[in-house]
Design a protein. Structure first.
Length: 277
């Protein structure tokens, strides 16, 4: 059986496998409240989906051990979460990537399952490009799901959001034993802060414009339901959402095989016929 998780491989197996062009996925996630009904360890979803995508892509793809902690300071007020400081997150991610790049394993794909990590990921990969001349792409996996797919499945794209979709349904599909649909609750009415209507953890609004404020998750909702809707969540919908992420990621992996991270501005034609396995 073909192995895809680097953690499952011996050093000899890994060395043999990477003699051929290989894309290595680096899954990132978080440990934080996902509403009262979903497991806090959403990093499990990123790791599982990364392995599924690697299997779909073929032996050209491997999955590195994931980073289970992310950056989201506004979740610190909910017990059970574990957040990294920005400088810690960046240092750990840089060390993870350097550990691969030091061995000329340059075809990397950051597989990010926690949206708030994105700005810090950008800083790290920009530093790598400046220091090493290597371009490392990253994929925000939940953003690969178009509103049109949510509308097809749920009838409305406003189900999207933290504590809602797509994580609720994907968790039901991949880890049904960890979910508690009986604990689902409705969102509480939005509060005001400094007398202004709250729009989310990033702040409030004043006369229709954004006013940035340092709000916490429970300032928005006591159960961490920041937006979206989980009432329509189902394992069947989760299967379709997961398959969308897996399929598009597998296609991206095969295209990245033809890319040169040290010379990223190659003719577009090189991406039209990705290697097949």
């Amino acid at each position: 059986m073909t192995k895809h998780r680097i953690a499952d491989m011996t050093a000899a197996e890994f060395a043999a496998r990477t003699q051929e062009p290989t894309v290595i996925l680096v899954p990132l996630g978080s440990q934080e409240v996902q509403g009262p009904h979903c497991p806090m360890g959403d990093y499990q979803l990123a790791e599982r989906l990364a392995v599924m995508a690697a299997k779909d892509a073929g032996p050209c793809a491997l999955v590195a051990p994931g980073l289970p902690f992310g950056y989201a300071d506004f979740f610190r007020d909910v017990a059970g979460g574990m957040q990294l400081r920005p400088e810690t997150f960046k240092a750990v991610l840089r060390d993870m990537l350097d550990s691969l790049l030091d061995h000329d394993l340059n075809r990397l794909l950051i597989f990010n399952g926690h949206t708030t990590n994105a700005s810090l990921i950008s800083q790290v990969v920009r530093d790598i490009r400046r220091d090493r001349g290597i371009m490392v792409p990253s994929l925000d996996i939940w953003k690969t799901i178009p509103d049109s797919l949510l509308e097809t499945l749920f009838g409305d794209a406003t189900v999207r959001g933290h504590g809602g979709e797509p994580i609720s349904s994907v968790a039901l599909h991949l880890y049904p034993e960890q979910c508690r649909l009986d604990l689902r609750t409705a969102k509480t009415p939005r509060k005001t802060a400094l007398g202004f209507p709250v729009r989310g953890v990033s702040g409030a609004t004043f006369e229709g414009i954004a006013l940035n404020l340092p709000l916490n998750a429970t300032d928005i909702d006591e159960n961490g339901l920041l937006s979206g809707l989980a009432a329509l969540a189902s394992a069947q919908h989760g299967e379709k959402l997961a398959q969308h992420i897996v399929s598009i990621t597998a296609r991206l992996i095969r295209s990245l095989l033809n890319a040169d991270p040290k010379n990223p501005f190659m003719p577009e034609a090189s991406h039209l016929d990705p290697l097949s396995y």
